[in-house]
Design a protein around this ligand. Structure first.
Ligand code: MG
Length: 378
């Protein structure tokens, strides 16, 4: 299929990319966005996602989502919707697979702890770190640091950013200052992320036993889909009922997202991707669906992310991350030479330590903590 011919005029077209920071010859057998996706898949940071927590720490069970499987689910949802909206599937795939590359070990607990440690040194933010991974930290090419991705992929990776940081980032930071929108592909990857985690966290929450179906039935959106499943398959129960219900919810969210976005796109009379950037957010849920999704999110926040068993892990994770950071700051000579900063500037040393910790998988961080703090472990 000739993708370029299929794309809407306001989609991101590979031939019209704003290009790479270090100019490279156009790829021979694939589009610029496909090349980015391939670079992301082959990166070290991508492989580490397999051992980084989404909600449940990697060793808690083999069936829970990790950041890797989460990223693949996001890519699947984003690509399905992109094809329907005639947006660029290759670009949404690249953005989706890269969106969590900068995540610390131990999910949000790790991110919050590292941000607190970095407070005096410019803070730590995982979206910005994802960009830092692809712009600077990956060491794979002779001619440049990072992966040298195109502007459109980098724009999509940088979902949020403080104004102070935006000012330092040049072209990808500009939209936060101008208050304009990124490509529709970037907007789509962002909402696909939300669809993926809300639904897979319900699945993982039920699988772990921390959530019950009785609790979930009280959420109107879940209850409605669950009843539909019971009508379609009388007597269905157990895992099949859960999977059918979640399947129905994901499908409803995607269909709503496509239909609503189509309406907004049509009303905006877009000609080019520049019109997209000047318009308001166009990839959206209907108001009713947004309200359902918000309730679901709140339910998960109150009942899963704050469950005491999850709290125990997040408390431990916070301790591991902040103790590692403090030990390295106090005694930089504990660091391997590539993380040692020669400038004598504490902020630069702190940033290198943050890069090191953010790059750790859950189990690597646990092991490193043991190596530093247990006297009988070397
Ligand atoms: Mg995500």
């Amino acid at each position: 299929m000739n993708l370029e011919a299929y794309l809407a005029p306001y989609a991101a077209h590979s031939a019209d990319t704003r290009g790479r920071r270090f100019p490279e010859a156009a790829p021979a057998s694939r589009s610029e966005f496909q090349r980015d996706r391939d670079r992301i898949v082959h990166s070290t940071a991508f492989r580490r996602l397999e051992y980084k927590t989404q909600v449940f720490v990697n060793h808690e069970g083999d069936l829970f989502r990790t950041r890797l499987t989460h990223s693949i689910e996001v890519a699947q949802i984003a690509r399905s919707a992109a094809r329907n909206l005639r947006l660029n599937e290759d670009l949404v795939e690249a953005i989706s697979l890269a969106h969590d590359l900068g995540h610390t070990p131990f999910g949000h607990a790790g991110q919050d702890a590292l941000n607190a440690c970095m407070k005096e040194y410019g803070g730590f933010e995982h979206n910005l770190q994802s960009l830092r991974v692809v712009d600077a930290l990956e060491e794979r090419y002779g001619a440049f640091d990072g992966l040298n991705l195109v502007f459109e992929t980098r724009e999509g990776i940088l979902k949020h950013c403080s104004l102070a940081n935006a000012a330092k980032l040049g072209d990808v930071g500009q939209r936060f200052i101008d208050k304009t929108q990124p490509s529709l592909e970037a907007q789509l990857a962002n909402l696909a992320d939300e669809i993926a985690y809300n639904n897979h966290d319900i699945d993982d929450g039920l699988r772990s036993g921390l959530l019950s179906t009785e609790q979930l039935d009280q959420i109107d959106f879940y209850g409605r889909h669950r009843r539909q499943v019971e009508i379609a398959y009388p007597g269905i129960g157990g895992r099949r009922a859960i999977h059918e219900t979640i399947r129905g919810m994901i499908n409803a969210l995607i269909v709503d997202l496509i239909t609503t976005s189509e309406q907004h796109i049509e009303a905006a009379h877009l000609q080019t991707i520049d019109d997209v950037r000047q318009a308001g957010p166009l990839i959206r849920f209907s108001d009713a669906m947004a309200a359902d999704a918000a309730l679901l999110k709140r339910f998960l926040y109150e009942n899963l992310y704050r469950h005491y068993q999850v709290n125990r892990m997040t408390s431990k994770a916070r301790r591991i991350v902040s103790e590692l950071f403090t030990a390295f700051m106090q005694e930089p000579k504990l660091l391997a030479p590539n993380y040692l900063d020669a400038s004598g500037n504490p902020a630069q040393q702190a940033r290198k330590i943050a890069d090191y910790i953010a790059g750790m998988t859950d189990r690597y961080a646990i092991r490193e903590h043991r190596r530093l703090f247990l006297v009988d472990e070397i």
